[in-house]
Design a protein around this ligand. Sequence first.
Ligand code: DSN
Length: 422
Amino acid sequence: MSDYQFIKSQDEKVYEALAGEVLRQQTGVELIPSENYASRAVREANGSILTNKYSEGYPGKRYYGGQEFTDVIETLAIERAKELFGCGFANVQPHAGAPANIATYFALLEPGDTIMGMDLSHGGHLTHGHPVTYITKIFNFVRYKMKNPDTGEIDYEDMLKVAKETKPKVIMAGFSAYSRELDYEQFVKIGREVGAVVIGDVAHIAGLIAGGALKNPFDAGFDVLLTTTHKTLRGPRGGMILTREDADIAKKINKEVFPGFQGGPIMSNIAGKAVAFKEALQPSFKDYATQVIKNAQAMAQVFKENEVRLLCGGTDNHLVLADVYGSLGITGQEAEVSLDEVGITLNKNMIADDPRSPMDPSGIRFGTPAMTTRGMKEAQAIKLSEIMLETLQNKDDAQEKAKIKRRVEELCLEHPIPEVFN
Ligand code: DSN
């Protein structure tokens, strides 16, 4: 990773924290399923002099002059995004995932309209209608859940019944803590039956779709896909909105992203997206996406063999959600802290119908996008899972944890962050 020597000469305090973070990322194992290592080229574009430029509008239609190069870059990002996901339109300007989601709601709905989304406690996202969000004051959200948290099966019959009663204008498929593939055909069927726009929030799995390791919801007829670009897609931190074929929807979304919802696009970030999309179009990205899933499945298997309850009973994607409180009597918070102490980073997470609270829930969520970028495969995934279980069994034994930390560091030394991502 960059040694940030120029920052050091200008700002010692920021430098020290950055240098600490470099070491943390190199010597620990990153298992937060929404994180990854962006390549050096992506980071260089994202930190480029394009940060100096204002570019309100879209390529060929800007409000300020001097756009001959920004237009090239944004057009490259758009065209590559369309190729990656096989769709007609892409807006690469959303600053992050939540603004992409909210701008899309505003583009397609009137205040008071209904949106159907997955319940947060069953794997959905805050922006799919959690009461703490401001958008729930504007739109009416109805939620669906898993029929059986131990298999991950969604209750599509109930969804259809509720959709007929509540007439949502948008149906959202997507999640941030759910480990099975959704039945996209069912969403489209329900959406068509009630006249709703069918939207997939694929923020977590975009890279797995782009890499051909998971199904593409557009193939089932989804109208719009919303995503972040920094998770499995391995780009810079940001958002994106894709429209399959409806030019009217795409036009409304463009108008809502700018000028409706955001100001000037972050052109350096869009350059980072363009570079990341080129990387994701390479054949090697397919191998990466496939390996991410193999690694997650190998980890899930070890937890299952050790009788730890997994939500959804296992995983089809990059993440695993484990009920550590129910299985081991350790809370999600205790598990997160203990694992952090040995250099393994993941997050505590609510499980479906969790009797505990969000700050100290029953579960942990972990995933394999970052460790797979490091070149780790199933053997390391198994070893890591065993180390995790050992850590949890020894959570109050400082000496044992110090020994485990050294083993984690050794594993990281054996699998350094590859040059291109470092
Ligand atoms: N914070 C992201 C995640 O970890 O899933 C979602 O917003």
